[in-house]
Design a protein around this ligand. Structure first.
Ligand code: FAD
Ligand code: NAI
Length: 475
């Protein structure tokens, strides 16, 4: 007999698995179909984020940062390291182990929440009595029916025309996370989030890294002052970032990859490298979903069309995460997953897009929430700005990590916080305070009047809030 579920989730990434858990918590009978395979062909829940995204990239960022500290940072602390060497196989194996721990964690959570897990590709068959018929094509083939369907099929790396990914020489994020030997020369096309994070990993491990970026401005979505500070730090580290370039022919052969490109001055250049990582954004994934079978509407980018509540054009079919509009971030996908499960239960789940934080896990880290100064200017909004450098923060000095600053933007009249921008040590953690403040519509003065532990990096947040009113205490 066909198995019947209240909710069928297609995709077991952060959007899908969290939606499944929340729906199960709310008392629904839930199934989740995910097709990701581990190296042995078995299930590997967690999607892009867990398998070839957030988690493995952060594992390698951590390992490579330790290597850099041991090689260049410890000496300042009076710790001399000799005979430093790199075991890349072990580093990659550790990364794989971290991934596996996360895969296993989700499997455990599915069991705990009594979620039926199907390993295979889910595709629409037809609208059926009691919902939608979904075919699962995997080791075993079967058809299930869901009253509500949540689509969380994620995204794939965008390839450059004429330079298909072979994951040997021309790498997507997948290949970029498992290069078996440090390349002497590495190029990245696209200096967005992946370009900077993966470029940092391989530079720290010893590669000569060049990043080719089409846009004339560095990190255009980031507050200009913060982006400028970050660029200075990356230049100093030797991460070579070329802006305003036009990439031409790319040839891949036994000796590596040859890239023809034009620099910002219009001069023709050739770059020969051992490996090329293409990180020019991602495309929504509906491959194999068979949206035509039920008339599911996609937009011109191939994303599933949804309204503000993640409803598609079909009754009781919802879509969340990378496969729909909005930032391609794991925590955005998760919030949408929770909100949709709650809406199915008749509750009022809500995602506030204004307070979705961004973090780039380079060193220094970059983090922000809310509007940038250039956005406020373009809107003609009257605002006040306050900044505080980590150079004047006691904890940052003790850490030996004083690059960067915290910046507050607040409404000129009401003092409501409109945006907080950070570049510096551990700002991936510090940004949470700004998110909470903005969710509660706090003013800059609210943060300025809160007691922050001393010595801590969070005092830079308090001081930047004080700076909005030009009354910093330590600068
Ligand atoms: P995905 O994680 O892509 O999951 C979709 C799942 O659905 C996959 O398992 C896929 O196999 C499965 N699937 C697709 N179609 C079907 C089908 N028809 N049937 C069955 N299964 C199907 N975001 C952050 O917030 N922080 C970070 O630090 C971060 N780092 C990143 C680093 C890299 C290198 C990359 C590439 C991305 C990173 N991201 C990060 C982005 C983050 O990974 C995505 O935003 C997030 O994974 C989106 O979640 P999702 O659930 O929408 O989709
Ligand atoms: P991205 O959108 O961050 O950056 C792509 C860059 O490539 C842009 O700067 C763009 O101008 C440039 N570009 C596009 N076409 C080009 C071309 N033909 N030649 C040269 N440059 C070109 O995309 P990226 O880095 O691929 O990452 C994809 C997404 O994954 C991110 O947008 C983000 O949503 C997510 N992600 C998040 C992370 C985090 O939260 N820390 C880490 C990594 C990825």
């Amino acid at each position: 007999m066909t198995k019947q579920f209240d909710v069928v989730v297609i995709g077991g990434g952060p959007g899908g698995y969290i939606a499944a858990i929340r729906a199960a918590q709310l008392g629904f009978n839930v199934a989740c179909i995910d097709e990701w395979k581990n190296a042995k062909g078995g299930p590997a829940l967690g999607g892009t984020c867990t398998n070839v995204g957030c988690i493995p990239s952060k594992a390698l960022l951590q390992s490579s940062e330790h290597f850099e500290h041991a090689g260049h940072g410890f000496a300042d602390h009076g710790i001399n390291v000799s005979g430093l060497s790199l075991d890349i196989d072990k580093m990659l194996a550790r990364k794989d182990q971290v991934v596996k721990q996360n895969n296993d964690g989700i499997t455990y959570l599915f069991k705990k929440n009594k979620i039926a897990s199907f390993h295979g590709r889910g595709s629409f068959v037809k609208a059926a009595e009691g919902g939608y018929e979904i075919k699962v094509a995997g080791a075993a083939e079967e058809t299930i029916v869901g009253k509500h369907i949540i689509l969380a099929t994620g995204s794939n790396a965008r390839a450059l025309p004429g330079a298909a990914f072979d994951e040997e020489n021309i790498l997507s994020n997948d290949g970029a996370l498992r290069i078996g030997a440090v390349p002497k020369k590495l190029a990245l096309i696209g200096s967005g989030v992946i370009g900077l994070e993966m470029g940092s990993v391989w530079r720290r491990l010893g590669a000569e890294v060049t990043v080719l970026e089409a846009l004339p401005t560095f990190l255009g979505a980031v507050d200009e002052q913060i982006a400028k500070e970050a660029k200075k730090a990356f230049d100093k580290q030797g991460l070579k970032i070329e802006l305003g370039v036009k990439v031409g022919e790319i040839k891949s052969g036994k000796k590596g990859v040859s890239i023809v490109w034009t620099n910002a001055k219009g001069e023709a250049q050739t770059l020969d490298v051992d490996k090329l990582i293409v990180s020019i954004g991602r495309v929504p994934n509906t491959i194999g979903l068979n949206p035509e079978a039920v008339g599911l509407a996609l937009d011109e980018r191939g994303a599933i069309n949804v309204d503000g509540d993640c409803k598609t054009n079909l009754p009781n079919v919802w879509a969340i995460g990378d496969v729909v509009r909005g930032p391609m971030l794991a925590h955005k996908a998760e919030e949408e997953g929770v909100a949709v499960a709650e809406r199915i239960a008749g509750q009022h789940g809500h995602v506030n897009f204004n307070t979705v934080p961004w973090v780039i896990y380079t060193h220094p880290e970059i983090a922000w929430v809310g509007q940038t100064e250039q956005q406020l200017k373009a809107e003609g909004r009257a605002y006040k700005a306050g900044t505080f450098p980590f150079l004047a923060n006691g904890r940052a000095r003790a850490l030996g990590d004083t690059t960067g600053m915290v910046k507050f933007l607040a409404d000129a009249t009401t003092d409501e916080i409109l945006g907080v921008h950070m570049v510096g040590p551990q700002v991936s953690e510090l940004i949470s305070e700004a998110v909470v403040a903005m969710e509660f519509k706090a003013s800059a003065e609210d943060i300025a009047r809160i007691c922050h532990a001393h010595p801590s990096l969070s005092e830079a947040t308090k001081e930047a809030a004080l700076a909005v009113d030009k009354r910093t205490l330590n600068f």
